[in-house]
Write a protein that binds this ligand. Structure first.
Ligand code: ZN
Length: 298
């Protein structure tokens, strides 16, 4: 009797779960919340995976508002990959609305979170921009590999091989970044940026980033923060100011005009560019940012 009851209960549970999309054949449909994560999934998944980022190139995931179409995209996917660390404030609600029964995995799981204290502009909190450290992205890649194997065990060997070769490329990228930053005199390794997105990069590679906005792009820079940055540029002789592809550059341009610091170019923080831009992949994004920083500070 107990056995029969348990079986009936199991049937009820199965019936209550939303149907999973077709599990038979590749490509495995995967949702990544933003373009950088989409590129990482693409590198591990290769041809077995069709990945769609919710927030596309040059998009700002901090202030994204999901559409009904996004809920459908999630419902049709076998896996959803999110950054975590509070980056996608809108994801829980979207997952709920989509009623997806597929796993939702946190790519940053296992990364040591960077806590931003009261001394920094913006609210106290955890910095979500962990992908700005290549070492962290290696953790993301391992998590993505395990998640893909979980939903598509037949692809295990493919995912393992793709991940291994991508991890080797990331090791070479990490060396490249370290060598490039080492070519800048230490006293000049200071940069002004729009929002506080480069803390992991700064901690790993030894560059100080001073941001006009906090960890998110949501809040406008306060007048006192602008005054602080202008004072800091003058006192510390900070050589360069960088704008970002996802934020409004006007305020930083006026700070540059007032202080005589030069605009060093565009850094890519939270989004790739389209295929014809200078950062269509994560590796190209890091190379571009490092080239710009070295050119402005050296
Ligand atoms: Zn950001």
């Amino acid at each position: 009797m107990r056995c029969a009851a348990a079986f009936a209960l199991a049937l009820t549970l199965v019936a209550a779960l939303p149907a999973l999309p077709d599990e038979a054949s590749p490509p495995v449909r995967v949702v990544a919340t933003f373009s950088i994560l989409g590129d990482l999934v693409h590198n591990v998944g290769g041809d077995r995976v069709a990945v769609a980022p919710l927030v596309g190139p040059n998009g700002d995931a901090h202030v994204y508002s999901p559409s009904p179409a996004d809920a459908k995209t999630l419902a049709a996917a076998r896996l959803t990959v999110v950054n975590g660390l509070g980056f996608e404030g809108w994801i829980d609600r979207l997952v709920q609305v989509s009623a997806t029964g597929a796993p939702v995995i946190v790519a940053s799981a296992g990364v040591t979170p960077r806590r931003v204290g009261a001394a920094t502009s913006g609210p106290v909190g955890i910095d979500p921009h962990a992908w700005q450290s290549v070492g962290n992205v290696k953790i993301y890649v391992a998590n993505i590999r395990e998640a893909l194997v979980g939903v598509d065990p037949a692809g295990r060997a493919v995912y393992a091989a793709n991940a291994t070769s991508y991890l080797e490329r990331l090791d070479r990228l990490d060396d490249e970044v370290r060598r490039a930053i080492a070519s800048i005199p230490p006293a000049r390794r200071k940069v002004i940026t729009t929002h506080n997105a480069f803390g992991y990069f700064g901690a790993d590679y030894g560059v100080e980033f001073i941001a006009q906005q906090g960890l998110s792009t949501e809040a406008e820079a306060a007048a006192k923060d602008v005054a602080r940055i202008i004072r800091q540029i003058r006192e510390e002789h900070i050589p360069a100011i960088f704008v970002e592809n996802i934020t409004d550059p006007r305020l930083l341009k006026s700070i540059a005009a007032e202080t005589g610091a030069r605009i060093g170019g565009t850094l890519y923080s939270d989004a790739l560019t389209g295929p014809n831009g200078s950062a269509p992949t994560y590796i190209e994004l890091m190379r571009h940012n490092v080239d710009e920083i070295v050119a402005a500070l050296k």
